[in-house]
Design a protein around this ligand. Structure first.
Ligand code: PMP
Ligand code: GLN
Length: 380
């Protein structure tokens, strides 16, 4: 059987590859972005409560009302942003699904979509699976800021969408208010739609503020905004998220969503709503900042170079220029197999596998895991 080629990426995604290699060689896994510590026990209790109670059948297509209301209340509280519970919020089975569905809502053959690299690995295949052309624009190291002239140059008559991610995976960079204003100015006289991937919105450090596109009145009117509960509540395996978009955009999004997954895990929706509403969820931001600080402190005794501390997310990028001149793919394989620590090569986040000898560490781990890993890294 010859299956059609739906996208240009060959082979298995890097997260599965590196987690598989870590498992095979018994390495400490700082590669794929997931925590190795328990979730808040209250959240687990609420999941049980939902399952033992009456939350086991299909939820409404766009999400349980109590979860959409909890999200709206939360955004009012944290961003002073008012959301229409009925017309602007759709619960999705994770953000990856939300991103795909937004692209699917928007794109058709002949369209182009701009993305900023390094980028999360699903963007390019998702654009291509919907018949459009992915147009990558490189961010500028070492702080991975946007080169706005390059974005301007990448726009054509066919540009339909631009996807961005802040706080950023893999680099931990964050957009400033000025970035949003510049984007607004660039797209003002076009029909370009923004996909804003804000899955790490609550994990920001050093007192920095995450600017959501929802706070930018002008851009908000042309944006799909994608969120993931997995990152915020350390339960990535639940695969729960949501999409916020203006009513007309949401209507179109739901017309696709109703024929993709239709609805999302009901007891998990109940649990998340109850957890948010309790006001007693543990402080994920402070916990993650503590982990980043601890990881940076430990890494200071290794030969890795950290050019910029992560401002947000689960991730820290480091250079191994003082350790080896291997390519980053070979280096991460060697590090996993020979030294027992799995990481992600940053070249995997570029369409052309651009290799700057950088690797990504996930610090969303127990202190003990970080200590054991850095003990091994110190020998290099
Ligand atoms: N976007 C980015 C930037 C991510 O790092 C991730 C990682 N999981 C996702 C989207 C997807 O989130 P989810 O697990 O909810 O699909
Ligand atoms: N977002 C996570 C990461 O970047 C994992 C996503 C995945 O496994 N597909 O590591």
């Amino acid at each position: 059987m010859q299956f059609p080629q739906k996208h240009s990426v060959t082979g298995t995604n890097i997260f599965s590859v590196m987690s598989g290699l870590a498992m095979q060689h018994g390495a400490i896994n700082l590669s794929q972005g997931f925590p190795d510590f328990p979730i808040d026990s209250q959240l687990a209790d609420f999941l049980g409560e939902g399952a033992y109670g009456s939350f086991n059948q299909y939820a409404p297509m766009h999400g349980l009302p109590m979860l959409r209301q909890a999200i709206a209340d939360d955004f009012k509280r944290r961003y002073n942003v008012v959301l229409d519970v009925e017309q602007e919020i759709t619960i999705t089975p994770g953000a990856t699904y939300g991103i795909y569905t937004a692209f699917s809502t928007l794109l058709q053959a002949g369209d182009e979509a701009i993305l900023l690299e390094p980028s999360y690995d699903s963007y390019i295949p998702n654009i291509e699976m919907n018949g459009a052309k992915a147009v990558p624009v490189a961010l500028v190291a070492p702080d991975f800021h946007v080169d706005w002239n390059k974005v301007r140059d990448a726009i054509t008559q066919r540009t339909k969408a631009l996807i961005l991610n802040t706080p950023h995976n893999p680099t931990g960079a964050m957009w400033t208010r000025k970035d949003w204003d510049t984007l607004a100015e660039i797209v003002r006289d076009t029909d370009i739609v923004i996909l804003s991937d804000e899955v790490y919105e609550q994990l920001v450090f050093d007192g920095e503020k995450h600017y959501s596109v929802l706070e930018h009145e002008e851009l908000r009117q042309r944006s799909f905004v994608l969120f993931s509960f997995g990152k915020v509540f350390n339960n990535t395996g639940w695969k729960m998220g949501y999409c916020i978009a203006p009513p007309a955009y949401t209507k179109a999004f739901r017309s696709i969503h109703q024929f993709l997954s239709f609805t999302v895990n009901t007891p998990a929706q109940y649990a998340l709503a109850s957890h948010i509403n309790s006001g007693l969820a543990s402080d994920v931001r402070a916990t993650m900042e503590g982990k980043r600080n601890y990881f940076l402190k430990l890494m200071a005794d290794t030969a890795f170079t950290i050019h910029k501390p992560s401002k947000g997310s689960y991730f820290q990028v480091a250079s191994y220029e003082r350790i080896s001149d291997m390519g980053d793919m070979d280096f991460t394989r060697w590090l996993t197999i020979e030294h027992g620590v799995a990481t992600i090569p940053v070249s995997a986040f570029y369409h052309n596998k651009k290799d700057d000898k950088l690797i990504r560490f996930c610090f969303a781990k127990k202190e003990e895991t970080l200590e054991k890993a850095v003990e091994l890294l110190k020998k290099l």
